[in-house]
Design a protein around this ligand. Sequence first.
Ligand code: PRX
Length: 528
Amino acid sequence: MKYLNAAVEAVDKNAQSERRNKVALYWEGEDGTKKKITFLEMSLLSNKFASVLKSYGIQREDRVFFFLPRVPELFYGFLGALKTGAIAGTMFAAFGPQALQDRLDNSDAKILVTNQALKPRIDKVRSKLPNLKHVIVIESDAFQKRMADASNQFRIAQTQEEDPAFMLYTSGTTGKPKGVVHVHKAIYHQQKTAKLVLDLQEDDIYWCTADPGWVTGIAYEILGTLSLGASTVVHEGRFTPETWYRILQEYKVSVWYTAPTAIRMLAAAGTDLVKKYDLSSLRHMTSVGEPLNPEPIKWGKKAFGLYFYDTYWQTETGGMMIANRPGLKIKLGSMGKPLPGIEAAVADDKGNLLKVKQPGNLVFKKGWDSMMRKIWRRPKKYESYFKKGWYVTGDQAYKDEDGYYWFVGRADDVIKTSGERVGPFEVESALVDHPAVVEAGVIGKPDKLRGEIIKAFVTLKKDVKPTEKLKEELSEFVKHHLAGHAYPREIEFIERLPKTRSGKIMRRILKAKELGLDIGDTSTLEEY
Ligand code: PRX
């Protein structure tokens, strides 16, 4: 097998080339602080970080997790972890103690890197994580001193193409989040697709608005895009239309990768606002994470004079699978066509391939470079994603006569709220931890702005009053325990939840009821 380290591909190769003094990251902090980090600096900082991890005893394939906002330490820290041969994991900064515990416990993380502001959430669950040996706080004197003293030369682990490199927890319909493991070789697919779809050229200034707590940030804000030598803007702060337009203008962003909810929020702020900024550098706009309907695309054309190119993929696929791309005519509302090297199809539940225009399960022929290689500690679960040599996405789609793919919906109960993936089971579990709650059923409710919002149906203990105040309290409870983005925006108290005879909550029925649709076959239902 071939030696390969994704951090070397992403950064060191550029640091050793004529790009060494080219800016890799244009970073802007929440408080307005600005930093430029060149490829050479990224290479040396990640070497130092790797040295620090070694000084804490990190070994090959140990898990190193990052719980940080979009600060430079997250970027060179992640790369440094790869250089040691450890498996790097990231966690979105909106996570609460329960979400952190689930991930750190399942992965048996040895080191966690965080900051002062986020550390209290780890402290709440630290006693339940006996294998977590070190919590590194980036502002601490101890860490600062180790970084200062660390060598900026590092003997990079002799990792091979198929060695694990990074992992991300993601949600399904049932159970706790699953640890999706990717190998170093994933970077080949990420690089190839970044070139083809994002169309990155030497002089581009690229802005990916995603967070490295999710897969988009890892594949197209760190690995694939840096490997192409792209100068990348990273904005730590929050979204407002004014801030985003200012960033596009100030950094002369030319290629932009964002998400439908953000586009809809920009559209809601109006076209006049866009016209106040000089966005003449912008030449290519792309989107991911949820269905991109024709309306936001049309608005984009009106506001920026460009089309948003939709791209489709998942945490599990590790890189883009189906996309619109330069040179391919856009059909508004379609996800585009499978990328070179990717074989896509639509199959029925038995795995038989379907014909053109027949909706079914979107599947991909097993074996591309950035395909997940493992679900951490759950080999059976991993196998369940494959049928007859095809990887089954959990999404439904159809293919048209020209080979374009059209998204239909999820085949399961996974929720996409503001483009972020949330498992209903996690939200239900968080709700039943509240003393007033007996049971909860959670669904994604269609929403014009956010794609879906989380709606919870809750049954209460006998003596508890179903007040509006309690609804707020429950939402806050989930926000703090589970995650800032995964709380129910709507709660409805009901007498009893629809269940199968074996006691499983029928979210399908809750959703049908909510949407005023036919409830469908209820023969397996308990009396309802
Ligand atoms: O349902 C699909 C939706 O997002 C899911 C994957 O989410 P996640 O693993 O968080 O990765 C998101 C970023 C790569 C998919 O199963 N999805 C993603 N892109 C699209 C989409 N739905 C419709 N159109 C898309 N372009």
